[in-house]
Design a protein around this ligand. Sequence first.
Ligand SMILES: Cc1cc2nc3c(=O)[nH]c(=O)nc-3n(C[C@H](O)[C@H](O)[C@H](O)COP(=O)(O)OP(=O)(O)OC[C@H]3O[C@@H](n4cnc5c(N)ncnc54)[C@H](O)[C@@H]3O)c2cc1C
Length: 544
Amino acid sequence: MAADSYDAIVVGGGHNGLVAAAYLAKTGAKTLVLEARATTGGAATTEAPWPDAPEFRVTRLSYVMSLLPPTIMNDLQLERHGYKIFPMGPYYQAFPEGGSLTLYEEDSQRAYDEIAKWSKRDADAYPKWNAWLGGLADVLGPLLLTVPPALGSRKPRDLAATLRLAWRHRGLDVRTVADVTRLMTMSIADLLDDWFESPQIKGALAVNGVIGTWAGPQEPGTAYVMAHHSIGDVGDGRLGSWGFPEGGMGAVADAIASSARANGVTIRTGAPVAKITVAPGSGRATGVVLANGEELRAKVVVTSLHPKTAFLDHVGRENLPSDFASDIEHWKTRSGVVKINLALAELPNFTANPGTNLQEHHTGSVEMAPSMEYIERAFIDAREGRPALRPFSDGVIPTAFDRTLSPEGTHIMSLFTQWVPSEWASEPHADELEKYADRVIDTYNEVAPNFKGAILHRDVVGPYEMEQDYGLIGGNIFHGELSLEQLFHMRPAPGFADYRTPVPGLYNASSATHAGGGVCGIPGMQAAKAAIADRRKTARARRK
Ligand SMILES: Cc1cc2nc3c(=O)[nH]c(=O)nc-3n(C[C@H](O)[C@H](O)[C@H](O)COP(=O)(O)OP(=O)(O)OC[C@H]3O[C@@H](n4cnc5c(N)ncnc54)[C@H](O)[C@@H]3O)c2cc1C
């Protein structure tokens, strides 16, 4: 095989690209990963953003793990390659009007006592809610590892896949199907109104419904987003609880990269791809051209990039069926997320739970989502074209466990905040982002008065930077919204949710496929499996 020729080329060295490459190489394929940036990991990255303080490292974009299936961990032996998770502590919200709520997942009596401070009725409802949600998450979970069938297709293979899916769910009763329907169609606000009365509990439980979405809690479909984040088992064993990877999210990508290299993968960084080449006659993918003009050939190409980049820029409309090109053009990819990373001289000292010594409430999510109305207001501001006056924030302090990220006595705090207008992905808005970050910090300062004074350094990453530096078009954290019309057999386009594309030999491992986003590796694994299955089928056909 020529030096510039490979069995498989993977475009993009984010965690999904690396997973795909590792699986391909495990079958003996000569595999190359091409990553545009200087480092691999994509949105799973640990960086030192302050040149004057390189001893502080932040998990710059994504910040907690949950959906990585045991199958991938075991197949790629990730623990042997350095993957280590610290389970997260409880959910904590200190309220501007006084008091706090700490939700202990593992201790039902403590959870009861905490909720009863706000509403005895809600404390009674909470275990029933957890059981109800757990039951539904167990139905939805295994769907994450299911390759979506091409619904509506009459090809025998597609009909068989649709029937297999229906057969697997034959045990569901009318009640469960109704509950799943509710979950898929309702807003998280309406759903929580059915279960709970106190604004404090509803605010806490609404958070997972709006993480990464261009939608407030009143929007239909947000109930599903909440359930997506509550899945505990994708069908191959319990997932680990939400947790912080030692070394930040970049360490997860490093473990996958190390496993890939051990299987023989070559990884080239600083190697942006400009084009995916397609044979004129067959329309088959033949390789890639790098931005520097270098041409590389491969029998299989896997792209893990945002679909607009992969298909509209790299493949080109002229090589795609017009329906598919139009579906990708209309792919919704807004978000309005701003990530704020802080280096702290000391832990926040909450008025409701005093002390700068490490306590349980510092070890989980340190939230700024005091009510559903508060979250909704933040979204309405952004939808009307203004950055939220009082942004919502999902905060974590990974250094409560992970002492590799900052010097002894200091801490890192990661704030995932929403929303700024989605149009901010097109322009930097640097000054306004700083003012927005000031307001986020002010909201925490109201409940922990030492907060502002404890900040040593801060790093604000808005949608423009996410798009320009990380390839997250529109600033969307999942390569495309998790809205109902973009899920399962529609992700990223009807007829192409099986990780294949209209271009034979080109596979899709992006977070814009089913089970993405999130740092779960499922798209990478499934795209590699599809490519491996097709190659085996072709080899069998040749032998006959
Ligand atoms: C702010 C933020 C917070 C998040 N929080 C969480 C979280 O806490 N937990 C969680 O599970 N998920 C979270 N996510 C989502 C998660 O990080 C992503 O869904 C996931 O990392 C995407 O992985 P990927 O490999 O599919 O794509 P990416 O990580 O986007 O990787 C694609 C790679 O392709 C590279 N690339 C781009 N263009 C080219 C080119 N032309 N040539 C070659 N390479 C190219 C990019 O540099 C990148 O490395 C978050 C995301 C963001 C942005």
